[in-house]
Design a protein around this ligand. Structure first.
Ligand code: MN
Length: 502
C-alpha cells in the first residue's frame, strides 16, 4: 500500500508520589510489562511502546506535548495503575491533539485472597484510579475509547486492535492529499461538501487538477512500459482473448495500461492518497478509466466516482484499517434491487470502478460499451464479490457537520448474470431490507459507499469518535422509531456541542 505509515502507540501510566519510590518502581515495571505484552500481541496492528510513568502535572503536560509533536505517534493508551489525582491531568489533556484509549485494567488478574494485605491494595488501585481519570475525561468532554478487562484477555486485545486500526487511519488522514480530476457530477448534491470544513475537522486536503494535467502524463507513458504491463496482466488475470497480445482489440488494452501507468505516476508524484474523476470531464482521454482505477484502488488508493471526494477519502481510511486482515475494501454504489417476497437483496456495482480486492476469484479483463460518457469502450475487471459479513459506510456533509453512516450487511452468492459484464456484489441488509433502507434514507446516506469485509462497525465508531463526528449505525439492533429519535437528538447535540466552528 502506498504512503502507508506504521506509527507507534504510546503506553502511558498514571500514578502519584504518595506511595514512595519503591511502589512507584514496581508500578513502572508492571506498566512496562503490560505495554510489552500489547506490543507482542498479534491482534494489534501497531507497535505499543511504554513511554512513561507520570506523576506530576508538568510530566503529564510534557508527554502530551511530545506526543503532539511526534509524527510517529498515532495515539496513546492511558492506564492508572494506582490513584492519580486527575486535576494533575487537566493541563496535559487540554493540549493533547492525539487520540487516546483509556485501558481499564489491573496488573494482577486474580486477587490473592489468602495473602492480600494493605500494600497489595494500595499498589493495585485501577478500580478507583481509573474512575478518577474517567471523571476528568468526561468532565472535559474528551472523546476516547474505554476498554475494560485484564490486559492478557484476547477480547481486550481485539477492542484495542480495532481502535489502533482507527487511530492508524486517522494518522493517515492528517496531512493527506486527495486529487480530483474534474468537479462533481453536474447537479448531484450528496457528492458535494465543504472542503474547507473537511480539512479543519478531518485533516486532509482536497484539491483539483484539470483532467488535461493527467492527459499530459498519459501521453508521456513509454510504449515499452505498456508492453511490459500488458504481459503482466496476462499473467495475473483472465484476460479476454480479444484483448490479448495479437488479439484484435489489444490496442484498447494497451490504452488501458497507459491510463493505469499514468494514474500511478500522477498519484505517486503528487503524494496523493486517493482521487476522483468524472465521466463528464474526460477531455483528451479516450475512455473513462475503468481497469486503471480498479488497479489503483487495489494498490491502496482511495477512489470516489463522479467527483465524490468524501467517499475517496473514506475508502482510503477503510483500506488503512483493513491492512493485514483477510477480505478487501472497495468503492461501492447501491445500484439496483431484487425485491422478491422470498428475500430482498441489493445489487451493488459501479459499472466500472469496483476494487478487485473484494473479488471471490481471479478477475476477468473484458471490454464492453459503457452507455454513458460518449467515449470509447472501457476495459474493466469483471468479477463477483465474495460472500460473508460486510458493511457499507458513507460520509456525508450535513452543512454544519459530517455524519458517518454504517450499515452492516451479509454478502450472498452472486447469481449468474451473463449479460452484465461488470464487477458486482449482492448483499442482504441488516436488520432487514426495509428497515435498513428507510434508516439509511432518513439519515441522508449517499448512494456511494466504502464497502468492506474486514472493516468493522467498531473500527468506524472508534474512527468517528477520534474525528469528533457523528456516527449512525444500522444493524440488527436498529429500529426506526429509535433511529429517528437519535437523528433528532444528534441535531441538537452537535449544534450545541460544536457551536459555530463547523
Ligand atoms: Mn456513482
Amino acid at each position: 500500500m502506498k504512503l502507508l505509515a506504521s506509527p507507534e502507540i504510546w503506553f502511558v501510566c498514571g500514578s502519584q508520589h504518595l506511595y514512595g519510590p519503591g511502589p512507584l518502581k514496581q508500578v513502572a515495571a508492571n506498566a512496562k510489562h503490560v505495554a510489552d505484552s500489547l506490543a507482542a500481541s498479534k491482534q494489534l496492528p501497531l507497535k505499543t511502546v511504554f513511554k512513561a510513568l507520570l506523576t506530576t502535572p508538568d510530566e503529564i503536560t510534557n508527554v502530551m506535548l511530545e506526543a503532539n509533536n511526534d509524527a510517529n505517534c498515532a495515539g496513546l493508551v492511558l492506564w492508572m495503575h494506582t490513584f492519580s489525582p486527575s486535576k494533575m491531568w487537566i493541563r496535559g489533556l487540554n493540549v493533547l491533539k492525539k487520540p487516546f484509549l483509556h485501558l481499564h485494567t489491573q496488573f494482577n488478574r486474580d486477587l490473592p485472597w489468602g495473602t492480600i494485605d494493605m500494600d497489595f491494595m494500595n499498589l493495585n488501585q485501577a478500580a478507583h484510579g481509573d474512575r478518577e481519570a474517567g471523571f476528568i475525561h468526561t468532565r472535559m468532554r474528551l472523546g476516547r475509547k474505554v476498554v475494560v478487562g485484564h490486559w492478557s484477555d484476547p477480547e481486550v486485545h481485539e477492542r484495542i486492535g480495532a481502535w489502533q486500526r482507527a487511530a492508524r487511519a486517522w494518522h493517515d488522514w492528517q496531512g493527506a492529499k486527495f486529487v480530483r480530476f474534474g468537479d462533481n457530477m453536474r447537479q448531484v448534491a450528496v457528492t458535494e461538501g465543504d472542503k474547507v470544513s473537511a480539512e479543519m475537522k478531518l485533516g486532509f486536503a482536497v484539491n483539483t487538477h484539470g483532467v488535461g494535467d493527467l492527459v499530459e502524463v498519459v501521453k508521456a507513458v513509454k510504449e515499452s512500459d505498456i508492453s511490459a504491463l500488458c504481459a503482466d496482466y496476462e499473467k495475473q488475470y483472465a484476460v479476454a482473448p480479444v484483448l490479448k497480445k495479437g488479439g484484435k482489440r489489444h490496442d484498447e488494452l494497451r490504452y488501458s495500461a497507459r491510463l493505469d501507468l499514468a494514474l500511478a505516476k500522477f498519484l505517486a508524484d503528487g503524494g496523493y492518497k486517493g482521487f476522483t474523476d468524472t465521466f463528464e470531464d474526460l477531455h483528451g482521454l479516450r475512455q473513462l478509466p475503468g481497469m486503471a482505477t480498479q488497479r489503483q484502488m487495489a494498490a491502496g488508493y482511495g477512489f470516489g466516482g463522479e467527483g465524490d471526494w468524501k467517499t475517496a477519502a473514506l475508502v482510503r481510511a477503510m483500506k488503512v484499517m483493513n491492512v493485514g486482515l483477510p477480505g478487501g475494501t472497495s468503492f461501492m454504489e447501491d445500484y439496483t434491487y431484487h425485491l422478491s417476497p422470498k428475500g430482498h437483496q441489493v445489487l451493488g456495482a459501479h459499472m466500472l470502478e469496483i476494487c478487485p480486492t473484494i473479488a471471490a476469484s481471479k478477475p476477468k479483463v473484458e471490454i464492453h460499451p459503457l452507455g454513458i460518457g460518449g467515449k470509447e469502450d472501457p476495459v474493466r475487471f469483471v468479477f463477483d464479490a465474495a460472500t460473508g459479513d460486510a458493511l457499507n459506510a458513507s460520509l456525508i456533509d450535513l452543512g454544519n457537520r459530517f455524519r458517518l453512516l454504517v450499515n452492516e450487511v451479509k454478502a450472498v452468492k452472486v447469481p449468474a448474470m451473463p449479460k452484465l459484464p461488470v464487477a458486482r456484489a449482492v448483499w442482504e441488509c441488516k436488520p432487514d431490507f426495509k428497515t435498513a433502507c428507510a434508516a439509511w434514507i432518513y439519515a441522508g446516506g449517499a448512494h456511494h459507499t466504502g464497502y468492506s469485509y474486514s472493516v468493522t462497525t467498531e473500527m468506524l465508531e472508534d474512527f468517528a469518535t477520534i474525528a469528533g463526528i457523528e456516527t449512525v449505525v444500522i444493524n440488527d439492533d436498529t429500529t426506526l422509531p429509535a433511529l429517528k429519535q437519535d437523528l433528532r437528538n444528534n441535531e441538537v447535540y452537535y449544534h450545541l456541542a460544536q457551536g459555530i466552528r463547523a
